[in-house]
Write a new protein. Structure first.
Length: 329
């Protein structure tokens, strides 16, 4: 068999495996995991004072991430024609307890997709293995585009909470990260271990839970460094590259960092004890304390300007409707 034929067969096998993984992604719900994330996320959102104004939610189990009780009727049952790609809107829940019995989600109108205080998003295919080079690039760019769209819905100082594929932070192309960093500060990053969302074939990629605060005009970048990658020592393996935010804060990796058995040029996070919830609460608590100390919470900081050295005007994220080439939500 010629080498070209072998390469073709391998590429075709990878494509079939990705389709297989997508099918399992669609057939294997992750509602319980999203509910667990929400349970430990909301105390820290309250500590950061994102409990007033409006919230937006999008993606799989977006109602669970927003704090809806697990026994509440799903938006699909309440809203005619609801789809995963639709944006839900609600007044931020007033109750101190979780889940939020007073949460009333409805479909958002296009005119309401602005000046939100909080956006919660579960991006598509966050835990699916990207086996082909094209898919790895596509996932990073699609997630980058969706994050920019969501940031455009926020007021200055607003917060985007999003689950993203690890390829966004770990990919060799740093341009998507640079683009996001022009508009937002990463105030928390937690890597959930492999199989945290769903245990199914090819659904065992670690998932990043990111808290991105839209930067106010005139303020310099703050928060966690997340554009570059740094070497990290992995036991019995050569040093590998990992995003700076985790190289600096390895406690935000909720498990043991090991070489990925399927993608040997990348790392993965092996779960410890099978339950990531307590570690998630601890990591979010540490990030929250640092963000509050740095003034990176719900209160909008005043615009900073210097007559001697005026701050360049930053580009603002564009809404999806303003750019026909932007991935559709």
């Amino acid at each position: 068999m010629h080498l070209d034929d072998a390469n073709f067969i391998r590429a075709d096998l990878e494509t079939l495996l990705e389709l297989f993984g997508k099918k399992y992604h669609d057939d294997t719900p992750a509602a319980a995991a999203h509910h667990n994330i929400s349970e430990h996320l909301w105390p820290h959102l309250k500590a950061l004072e994102y409990t007033t104004e409006r919230l937006l939610a999008i993606g799989e189990d977006s109602d669970a991430l927003a704090g809806a009780p697990p026994d509440a009727r799903r938006p699909a049952e309440r809203i005619h024609g609801y789809e995963v790609g639709d944006v839900l809107i609600a007044d931020s829940p007033r109750a101190d307890q979780w889940p939020h019995p007073d949460l009333q989600l409805r479909l958002a109108k296009e005119a309401e997709l602005e000046n939100a205080s909080l956006v919660l998003g579960n991006l598509p295919m966050t835990d699916t293995r990207a086996l082909t080079r094209a898919t790895k690039t596509d996932l990073a760019m699609v997630h980058h585009g969706l994050i920019l769209d969501a940031l455009a819905w926020l007021r200055p100082g607003g917060l985007l909470v999003v689950t993203a594929h690890r390829q966004l932070l770990e990919g060799s192309d740093a341009q998507p990260r640079r683009s996001i960093a022009r508009h937002a500060d990463l105030i928390a990053a937690v890597r959930l271990p492999a199989s945290a969302l769903r245990q199914a074939p090819l659904q065992d990629s670690p998932v990043d839970l990111l808290l991105l605060r839209r930067r106010e005009p005139g303020h310099p970048p703050a928060g966690l460094d997340f554009i570059r990658r740094s070497p990290v020592h992995v036991h019995d393996s050569p040093d590998m590259l990992i995003n700076d935010c985790y190289a600096i804060a390895p406690w935000a990796l909720l498990g043991n960092i090991v070489p990925d058995p399927v993608e040997p040029n990348m790392t993965t996070v092996a779960p410890v004890g099978g339950d990531f919830r307590r570690a998630l609460a601890q990591a979010l608590g540490a990030h929250t304390d640092i963000a509050i100390d740095d003034g990176l919470y719900a209160q909008e900081r005043t615009t900073r300007a210097s007559k001697a050295h005026p701050t360049p005007v930053q580009d603002t994220p564009r809404a999806a409707s303003a750019d026909p080439d932007r991935p559709a939500l």
